[in-house]
Design a protein around this ligand. Sequence first.
Ligand SMILES: Cc1ncc(COP(=O)(O)O)c(C=O)c1O
Length: 407
Amino acid sequence: MVTGMVSPDLNSANKHFSPKQFRADFPALNSESVYLDSAATALKPKAMIDATMQYYTHNTATAERSLHHDAVKVTEAIKQARQNVADLIAIKNSSEIIWTKGATESINLIAQSYARPLLKPDDEIIVSELEHHSNLLPWLIVAQQTGAKIIKWSSNVDELTSLLSSRTKIVAITQMSNVTGFCPDLFAISQLVHQYNAILVVDGAQGIVHQPINVEALNIDFYAFSAHKLYGPTGLGILYGKKALLEQMTVWQGGGKMLKKASFTEFVVADLPYKFEAGTPNIAGIIGFNATLQWLKNWPLTQLEQYTDQLSQYAKTQLTQLANIKFYSVDNSPIISFNINQIHHNDIAILLSEQQIAIRTGEICAQPLMNKLGCHGVIRISLMPYNNQNDIDKFITALKNAMNVLI
Ligand SMILES: Cc1ncc(COP(=O)(O)O)c(C=O)c1O
């Protein structure tokens, strides 16, 4: 782990991790099936489900608008949730946290509100080859709109030195690849990017789940992630942006609450964070995510990470014993991607599903990376601290059964 990544207050030594207790917090795990597709979306803890149910059953109300009892409580919960997100990524000012509908929307917001007005023809956006389509397509679109160029980068720090120039305006990189599990050295990258007065956009969709991050210490300009991969609800995303950048940006969407004044000829935008939050937010989602973050505070994140690393080693050791297997992922990663010679990845997915094992296969939203890896898709298992060795054993047995059918 890179120095400066960990948010110290989240890792206090007096918290205890019991894998059994952790697992017991997930109602979906009370069945025979095995869930190894958490990088697509994580299972949800009871605390999140209960809070969402409570909101819809007993406290339904809008936020930031009405003044009745439940509405005021909801507004307060959203404020608290914003603070909990700020604490999670170690930033001081919670008004730099914007609610979106996912990491994808967060990155599109940066591309359209920050980059589009700024970029001139021949300006450059450096994008790593590791990226999920969500951290590539928004840049391709804005490049088409402005005449800027996309520069392909391997994610290697030395190579970045040779790519950066006065034309570079933005560097976009993932915190953790959803295919290889590789985590670039964000500290070194950030230092280089800022030497050229460019800005650094980090896609934290996978990384935030396994590596607590200190966004301020790393001097990241924009950071995006989705609640649903971090045990939270779907349809909710987070965009962090430095205040000075968010303030200079044009508005993203128009509607209720993003304004101070409006007439038929003009409008005055609201202060941060509301400037970028037009319309009723995903109230149930934010309340559910707040409960997730409160629940997550009970667990020592570094111990969760160590446990998942060990589980990954165990899975990799078992997989290595199978014939004709080719790995694409780095060691000790919660993400393990591979192929088996002569077998189509989707055939494996279907045969595993018949044995109640959930995995992901295919291009997994990273076509350019698939081309680089020389394949048309992969078999991916992704691990969380709610998984255990028994899950891996069942997966390996099911995989052997599938291979016996297919070879
Ligand atoms: C690395 C990475 N970035 C971005 C995303 C997009 O997240 P969402 O679809 O929740 O917006 C994903 C989802 O798989 C991802 O793995």
